[in-house]
Design a protein around this ligand. Structure first.
Ligand SMILES: [Ca+2]
Ligand SMILES: [Ca+2]
Ligand SMILES: [Ca+2]
Ligand SMILES: [Ca+2]
Length: 491
């Protein structure tokens, strides 16, 4: 035992956590956490915790709230972090939870797409001074570090738009690619409006706990099929599973049809984890039902996991209806290959309700395991503008849990028995869904919980069914006075 480690051992006995901070060479080594193996368990009590974005809180400054399984809350606002937030950063527009810094403690990735931007005036003021050009935003993803005792707002890592100044959007959607618990994580950031909507994704490696230069992938990248075209909005939605990144490009022109939409599956290998090849799918692909029509929006939302990919097509026309929406399912192999399966709509046998004009079924999708039946993969789908979810008011929204591979579904609205509160008209706008990992170690026994964000009220709320019996818990922000859009993002 060296003298240094003997000293550290002595300190560790007498000072516990302080010793862990002061021991070691080079930069101060933070204490580490021992993960429980339950995804999203930020406090390591064996139960997944919920992270909720509240991007319009406090005049669009934005906030994020960690809602622990124990009930304890952590409220993080943009103003607690360093740097000029600007007029409307909308901190909390997208959130993800992963150990990006490599110390075992889960960190929060929080997007702040309008960060630092200030609106100018385009006419001279009444004293004749020249117009104020304002300040362009520097869209940012903040990495708020986890520690053994909770999250710290000190020294967050800033991940910024690698092409700042070229009027790109950045971080409307984010995800973390981590094929195994011991693989170095990669942060995937959607940049849908980059280069006149050709879009792209920026993939940041975190070897050594710091982000490196990103790999930027679009449809003109080597190894990716097709070509980057304006207004395709590649990166509007992103999801990850295994070694694959599923990227939605809902504006893609397909077979001469505008805004029919496509998705691309980007896959790397263990030997070359930062080198991606891509194959694209649309309603013009062999084996995919339906056909490309103007403004289908195929790829507006995407989800991946447990051997499945779900692609939202919320403005698909079906059975003579306008925009009732649909979800295209694929099976996903470990190598990243897709096999097309069913197109689900509300007229599909086994799915409740029916396809009506402007339901927008598929606007948000997620995939979980055991959402109502242990160990069974399921896709959770919103129909936010559900027109006739009687007795709920118009556009109060609905959501459907669909078990796979044999379609068996359960449908809910704000008027369903067991859902607290009163449904309100228009409550469905921007409804979001997620799955909270169950505590069971075996996949066959896993029971994830359904999570539904209802942000479209000055006091948004989040519904969680962790009972698997249709008994929903309703959560609001701990700071309801400033909350606006609570539930717009879920992690
Ligand atoms: Ca927990
Ligand atoms: Ca960490
Ligand atoms: Ca179509
Ligand atoms: Ca309907």
């Amino acid at each position: 035992m060296s003298r240094t480690s003997m000293l550290c051992t002595a300190l560790a006995i007498s000072l516990s956590s302080l010793a862990l901070v002061v021991c070691g060479s080079g930069p101060a080594h933070a204490a580490t956490c021992r993960p429980t193996g339950v995804a999203g368990d930020v406090d390591r009590d064996g139960r997944a915790d919920l992270v909720v974005g509240d991007p319009y809180a406090d005049g669009s400054q934005g906030a994020v709230e960690v809602v622990r399984h124990s009930g304890q809350r952590t409220h993080i606002t943009r103003s607690q972090l360093p740097g000029d937030p600007g007029d409307e950063p909308e901190f909390g527009t997208a959130v993800a939870v992963a150990d990006l810094t490599g110390d075992g403690c889960l960190d929060l990735a929080i997007s702040s797409p309008g960060d630092g931007g200030r609106e100018g005036e385009d006419v001279p003021d009444h004293e004749g001074d020249p117009p104020d050009p304002g300040t362009p935003a520097l869209p940012t993803v903040f990495i708020v570090r986890g520690t053994p005792t909770g999250f710290t707002t000190a020294e967050p890592i800033r991940v910024t738009d690698p092409e700042a100044g070229t009027f790109t959007s950045f971080a409307d959607d984010i995800a973390v690619l981590q094929p195994t618990p011991t693989s170095p994580p990669q942060l995937v950031v959607g940049m849908s409006t980059r280069r006149e909507g050709r879009g792209g994704v920026a993939v940041y490696g975190f070897d050594g706990g710091r982000p490196g230069a990103p790999v930027i992938v679009d449809r003109s990248s080597p190894g990716v099929d097709g070509s980057a075209t304006a207004r395709s909005y590649f990166g509007e939605s992103v999801a990850t599973s295994g070694r694959s990144i599923v990227v939605g490009a809902p504006g893609t022109r397909v077979a001469g049809v505008d805004q029919a939409g496509s998705v691309t599956v980007l896959t790397s290998t263990a030997a070359a984890p930062r080198s991606f090849t891509g194959r694209s799918w649309s309603q013009d692909s062999a084996g995919v039902p339906g056909g490309p029509e103007v403004e289908d929006g195929f790829g507006y939302s995407v989800a991946a996991g447990h051997g499945w990919v779900a692609v939202g097509v919320p403005t698909e026309d079906l059975d003579g209806r306008t925009n009732p929406g649909a979800v295209q399912l694929f099976q996903l192999s470990a190598a990243g290959d897709l096999v097309p399966r069913q197109l689900l709509g509300q007229n599909t046998a086994g799915i409740p309700d029916s396809s009506e004009d402007y339901d927008r079924f598929g606007e948000s999708v997620t995939i979980g395991l055991g959402l109502q039946r242990a160990g069974v993969p399921a896709v959770l789908v919103t129909s936010p503008l559900e027109a006739r979810a009687a007795p709920a008011p118009q556009y109060s929204g609905a959501w459907t849990v669909v078990h796979l591979p044999t379609v068996k579904a359960a449908g809910y609205s704000l008027a369903s028995p067991g859902v607290p509160g009163h449904p309100a008209a228009d409550a469905g706008y921007d409804m979001e869904v997620s799955a909270l990992a169950g505590p069971q170690a075996s996949a066959a026994a896993r029971r994830d919980a359904v999570v539904v964000g209802i942000p479209n009220r000055s006091r948004g709320r989040v519904l969680v069914d962790a009972s698997w019996r249709g008994t929903w818990q309703s959560l609001e922000s701990s700071e309801v006075a400033t909350s606006d859009g609570f539930g717009a993002a879920l992690g």
